[in-house]
Design a protein around this ligand. Structure first.
Ligand code: NDP
Length: 330
């Protein structure tokens, strides 16, 4: 059975050679354990941080050890009284086709409630991030203008749709004309901007947001965000959720000094980590599941087939090759 390990720590943009596919013996299970067969695997931009050394909110991956992320797996063997063969679970699992597990922190899934892959996206970490970042820090009010970057991705597409459900004017920023069209036509965004073809982001935001920006949900950082910052209103709230434009930087680029903007406008700018809001997960999932069920929330997934394709699927996130949640089907 195959496993994917960290081969080298990337310098700049991750390369296929930073990963290695290794064959291992199929694990045996002991009493109190389950044998899991991987079904779906989530690749996420934050894994880039774990591939590097250094202090963060989560431990770095070890060289020559399996990487891990959110996964959905089937219980194919059980010597654990809490789990039966045939059940599906989700949790932070290793990038292995098969693995044994003591059951701790595994959540059982109901395949009849939603497609299994949804538990890695709209009903998983990215949906929770969108809902909790927006409602706990952004606190958007009806009629306010919400701008979201990385808008056609897993988190961004859900943020924008929730903001619409809450009665806001929503402006999305994404990297292709096709994505821009999708934001407006499929998700109902009021305006959308292609940051790759826009030469003046400040002006583009000003035109798309005639009443200024009340909430900015930032997934990308860098120059895109510099343009948004010049348009914030008094008492604006900025959710610093992700900074994918900086994750591969080998030196930290210098941006404008934003302190005067924050002071002049009494802006709240807060870094967000979804794991700090675990007490709100149940409530968030119930809202997301309800909207999904009645069709008020569209879940978009880019599914790549084949365990071996995992490293490429991860690298493709930095090229914007995904629409919605990037998932590997094993
Ligand atoms: P996405 O599905 O949004 O995939 C990444 C997207 O980022 C790509 O599709 C691409 O879209 C865009 N992108 C890539 N490179 C750049 C760049 N240089 N500048 C601008 N955009 C770029 O991923 P997720 O929804 O999973 O994550 C979105 C962000 O949220 C990430 O920064 C991630 O780290 C963060 N996050 C944070 C969490 C937290 O708790 N703080 C939890 C989950 C995610 P395009 O074609 O538009 O360029």
């Amino acid at each position: 059975m195959k496993t994917i390990q960290l081969n080298k720590r990337p310098v700049g943009t991750p390369q296929l050679s930073d990963f290695k596919l290794v064959n291992e013996e199929q694990p045996q299970i002991a009493v109190g354990e389950v044998l899991l067969k991987a079904a779906y695997l989530s690749v996420d931009p934050y894994l880039r941080g774990r591939m590097s050394e250094g202090k963060s909110y989560i431990e770095p991956f070890e060289l020559n050890q399996a990487m891990s992320s959110g996964m959905v797996a089937e219980v194919v063997g059980s010597k654990h009284e809490g789990f039966s063969k045939g059940e599906f679970v989700t949790g932070m699992l290793e990038w292995k086709e098969y693995q044994n597990h003591n059951g701790e922190d595994l959540m059982k899934l109901d395949p009849n409630m939603a497609p299994l892959s949804a538990y890695l996206g709209v009903l998983g970490m990215t949906g929770l991030t969108a809902y909790l970042g927006l409602t706990e820090i952004g606190k958007p009010k009806e009629g306010e203008t919400v701008v979201v970057s990385g808008a056609a991705g897993a988190v961004g597409s859900v943020v924008g749709q929730i903001a619409k459900l809450l009665g806001c004017r929503v402006v999305g920023i994404a990297g292709t004309d096709e994505k821009v069209e999708q934001l407006k036509a499929e998700y109902g965004f009021d305006e959308a901007i292609n940051y790759k073809t826009t030469t003046d982001m400040n002006q583009a935001i000003a035109e798309a947001c005639p009443n200024g920006v009340d909430v900015y949900f930032d997934n990308v950082g860098g120059e895109v965000s510099d343009g948004v910052m010049l348009n914030v209103n008094r008492f604006a709230r900025i959710i610093v959720c992700g900074a994918i434009s900086l994750y591969n930087a080998t030196s930290m680029p210098m941006g404008p000094r934003i302190q005067p903007i924050l002071i002049k406008n009494s802006v709240l700018m807060q870094g967000f980590i979804v794991f700090n809001f675990q007490d709100k997960y149940t409530e968030a999932i119930s809202h997301l599941a309800k909207w999904l069920k009645v069709g008020e929330l569209i879940s978009t997934e880019t599914i790549v087939e084949g365990f071996e394709k995992t490293p490429q699927a991860f690298i493709d996130l930095f090229e914007g090759k995904n629409k919605g949640k990037m998932i590997v089907k094993i």
